[in-house]
Design a binder for this molecule. Structure first.
Ligand code: ATP
Ligand code: MG
Length: 242
């Protein structure tokens, strides 16, 4: 079946997911600090902007100025896209976002519902773990979040920090089930060198690569390369020759 796809803007990743993400899906992008989650998110929104699909960058982490600078260092013109109204940056807190998603009168809710908004990014979903220690409550929060974002015509990347703390484990448990897809980004130690690996763990309603590929971050953003050949243990972070 020839389904409409939403290209991520990273050519090699799009090949891994048969052309792009499915429209209206919520995809979790999991990775440790510095693996390139935010860079991937820039590419996703800029690819949308090129296609006149407006995007929202909802961030709890960085002021717009810092985001412009980071994007610029990759050769990506986030500021220009925002000036043209193709990308909107919303700097907020988990508390305000959650309240806004439950209130159709709120500014954030109204922005999400704008018909021309087709893509969204949340950087990062991990911040909700600060709101509660209760797993059921956290699950309720993530259900509200995912259901609000999964509206007709909007495709979302939920960025998620990969750390081995209890609260982040609870987050992973809840979000991994709720999300339509999971993209995992990892550091891998190969012969005393740190390389980067990317794999699609899940993509509801679509075929996808099961292979683990390496990628680099450079001018233009993420560049996905070859399958890690002749190695195993890559997802453990330290690979061995097979
Ligand atoms: N212009 C550039 N050229 C090469 N590599 C770059 C460039 N800009 C950023 N990087 C690499 O990208 C990494 C940061 O990527 P990014 O901010 O997207 O990661 P992240 O997963 O969002 O991290 P965090 O969890 O800290 O937010 C840097 O640590 C650096 O290795
Ligand atoms: Mg980031």
């Amino acid at each position: 079946m020839n389904q409409e796809r939403i290209p991520t803007g990273v050519a090699g990743l799009d090949r891994m997911v048969r052309g792009g993400l499915l429209p209206s899906s919520v995809v979790l992008v999991r990775g440790a600090a510095g693996t390139g989650k935010t860079s991937l998110a820039f590419q996703f929104l800029i690819e949308g902007a090129r296609r006149a699909e407006c995007g929202l960058f909802i961030t709890f982490e960085e002021f717009p100025g810092a985001l412009y600078r980071d994007a610029e260092s990759l050769g990506l013109d986030l500021r220009g896209m925002e000036e043209q109204g193709l990308i909107q940056i919303i700097f907020t807190s988990p508390e305000v976002l959650l309240k806004s998603l439950e209130n159709p009168q709120s500014i954030i809710y109204r922005r999400l519902m704008q018909a021309d908004v087709r893509r969204a990014v949340l950087d990062s979903a991990s911040h909700f773990t600060r709101l509660t220690d209760d797993r059921l409550e956290l699950r309720r929060i993530y259900t509200t979040l995912v259901n609000s974002l999964r509206r007709e015509g909007i495709t979302t990347l939920l960025l998620s920090e990969e750390r081995r703390t209890d609260s982040l484990r609870a987050e992973r448990g809840a979000l991994s089930f709720l999300a339509d897809g999971i993209i995992l980004m990892r550091y891998v130690e190969v012969e005393s060198e740190i390389r980067r690996a990317i794999v699609v763990l899940k993509l509801r309603g679509s075929d996808h690569d099961r292979e683990i590929r390496d990628y680099e971050i450079r001018q233009g953003g993420l560049r996905v390369g070859d399958v890690f050949q002749g190695r195993h243990g890559i997802l453990s972070g330290i690979s061995h020759r097979s």
